[in-house]
Design a protein around this ligand. Structure first.
Ligand code: ATP
Length: 306
């Protein structure tokens, strides 16, 4: 049984496929009830890591504990406590939603009640609809419903909204929040940075087999530098004094100032502008997004290290 509030603990995990070192010594910790997002460019080692956590792949080295079990042992007690939602689940097209969920519930000794599965996934209105008549977004919800059938404590979601339109994505995010309200721990992979920023309590970014940063989205963003201030000045504006850091004039006529102290920088700039009667046109202050950080981290990794 899980005596601690740690759902997943990984130390020094490594995995090689022949000469290819896919995972090169990672540490990870996921708390019970957390939504944790594993991000990274193609080939970073995310799938390999997740499949080791699920018990599908054997590690080469390191320690892995999931819900207090070593997943490699494939114990039934472990299998019954995890749910796995892959890119596509083979639901029978001629069964309806309710029949499909009941079929999978039948495989588990303590399944989640049907009504709870329908409620968590928002599939109540489609309960009598045949699988083949569901929209793409609804089929993906059914995949999650199947993953929930055994009432797992921990759910793995592989790219849960790939191919969704914006409104279906918002609905899916609502569903993932429902899972969290039910006390489930959720580990998800995604290529959408806004998805991770909106949904995840904690995020880890993996590049070339290593975790390069992890933390809450806010922690990661405050790491990435405070803010960017942008504005334009009209041609007849008073010249800016040298001692005022007004940023860099870019080719699109905007001044851009990147600063770790946006309040102070803005105060200095607006004090000067008000004194001189200058309008800071199109003034914006923007926080970097997780996507900016992701691009910066993946770009800075450069070519393959030794
Ligand atoms: P993606 O976002 O494209 O799914 P990923 O981050 O999930 O990528 P992995 O699929 O874990 O990355 O792959 C990590 C590395 O291991 C890659 O270099 C990949 O080519 C290699 N790899 C993965 N599976 C195997 C395998 N069965 N045999 C050999 N090499 C493999």
């Amino acid at each position: 049984m899980n005596q601690t509030s740690t759902a997943i603990q990984v130390r020094g995990l490594r995995k090689s496929y022949g000469d290819v070192e896919a995972v090169r010594g990672i540490d990870l910790e996921v708390s019970t009830g957390e939504v944790f997002a594993l991000l990274g460019p193609n080939g970073a080692g995310k799938t390999t890591t997740i499949e080791i956590l699920e018990g599908y792949l054997q590690k080469s080295a390191g320690e892995v504990h999931v819900l207090g079990h070593d997943p490699a042992r494939k114990e039934t007690a472990f299998r019954e406590r995890i749910g796995i939602v892959l890119q596509s689940t083979g639901a029978q097209p001629y069964l309806n939603v309710e029949e499909t969920i009941d079929l999978f519930r039948g495989y588990y000794p303590h399944p989640m009640p049907l009504e709870d599965v329908l409620q968590a996934t928002g599939l109540g209105p489609q309960r009598k609809t045949r699988v083949k008549k569901l929209s793409g977004g609804q089929q993906r919800r059914l995949d999650v419903a199947i993953g929930l059938s055994g009432d797992p404590d921990l759910l793995f979601l592989d790219e849960p909204t790939t191919g969704f339109d914006p409104s279906a994505r918002r609905d899916a995010w609502g569903m993932i929040r429902n899972l969290q309200h039910l006390g489930k721990t959720v580990v998800l992979t995604t290529h959408y940075m806004d998805e991770a920023q909106n949904l995840a309590d904690r995020v880890a970014i993996m590049v070339k087999g290593k975790i390069v940063v992890d933390g809450t989205p806010d922690e990661l963003l405050s790491h990435g530098g405070g803010a960017t201030i942008r504005y334009k000045l009209s041609a007849d504006a008073a010249p800016m004094p040298d001692e005022l850091d007004g940023g860099v004039l870019q080719s699109d006529e905007h001044y851009v100032l990147v600063t770790d102290c946006p309040t102070l920088a803005l105060h200095r700039l607006t004090t000067w502008a008000i004194r001189e009667g200058v309008e800071l046109q199109e003034l914006t202050v923007i926080r970097p997004t997780l996507e900016d950080l992701f691009l910066q981290l993946t770009a800075s990794q450069g070519p393959e290290e030794a």
